[in-house]
Design a protein around this ligand. Structure first.
Ligand code: DC
Length: 234
């Protein structure tokens, strides 16, 4: 493959691309599928969370899109696959857990809706996949970042089910938020992710749709692994 520029990087095929809204089960499934296939797991939501964390903790105005874009280009971001997921470090500081707070989730749209921020992170995501066979999860993996991926999946679940999952996940970290509040946030985040101008969340035409509402994690993983093995000849 000849790589002249970032456009050339969009030709990468050896990727399992998993998209879908928050709480559809993407992270757990992508991590397990990567392990099973001996691929690397790339959590792109964590990258948007990391740049948001960094912007908040720097002395910049996060409401100024140009400032945020310039700042993002200078981020020293390190992603390391681990048993539990992906370790995220910014400027040498491990922020894997700090980026999962409701505070970050509330303001992340200021960065993930910024086209220059997206452009930079897409570039980093493609470099990652160029280096390793990758299972990448996010919102625009199949539509924008890896349009030529041989395996694309779109995971979804009922909003009530996703709110419930989010509640359980937060409880494990001693964060207690009422279900109706989480449901409200999920509805709002879906709306924002789907209606935004740049890289809106949508299923790629050639992605396989899986409703995970009433499936176990094992069942979802099996469907994906079977198809991935066939298409990637693993
Ligand atoms: O998957 P997550 O909840 O950690 O994602 C955090 C935010 O990042 C979410 O609001 C949507 C955004 N995101 C995105 O815009 N594009 C991606 N590829 C991944 C996440």
């Amino acid at each position: 493959m000849e790589l002249k520029n970032n456009n050339g990087l969009s030709e990468i095929e050896n990727v399992v691309a998993i998209d879908g809204p928050a709480g559809a089960g993407k992270s757990t499934v992508a991590r397990l599928v990567a392990k099973e296939l001996d691929f690397q797991y790339l959590d792109t939501g964590a990258m948007y969370r990391a740049v948001t964390w960094w912007a908040i903790h720097s002395d910049i105005n996060i409401d100024n899109p140009q400032v945020v874009a310039e700042h993002t280009k200078r981020i020293d971001l390190k992603l390391t696959p681990t048993e539990e997921g992906m370790r995220v470090e910014v400027a040498g500081k491990d922020i894997t857990h700090e980026i999962r707070t409701p505070e970050i989730t509330r303001v992340i749209y200021k960065l993930d809706e910024n086209p220059s921020v997206r452009e930079h992170l897409v570039y980093l995501q493609r470099l990652f996949a160029l280096e390793y066979p990758t299972v990448a999860e996010g919102r625009d993996m199949g539509t924008v970042v890896f349009p030529k991926a041989k395996c694309k999946f779109y995971l979804d679940a009922r909003q009530e089910v996703r709110a419930h999952r989010r509640q359980k996940e937060l409880e494990q970290r001693n964060i207690f938020i009422p279900l109706d509040k989480l449901l409200e946030e999920i509805i709002e985040r879906d709306r924002r992710n789907m209606e935004r101008e740049h890289s809106p969340l949508r299923k790629a035409d050639d992605a396989i749709f899986i409703d995970t509402s009433f499936l176990s994690i094992e069942e979802v993983c099996k469907q994906i692994i079977d198809i991935a093995r066939e298409r990637l000849k693993k």
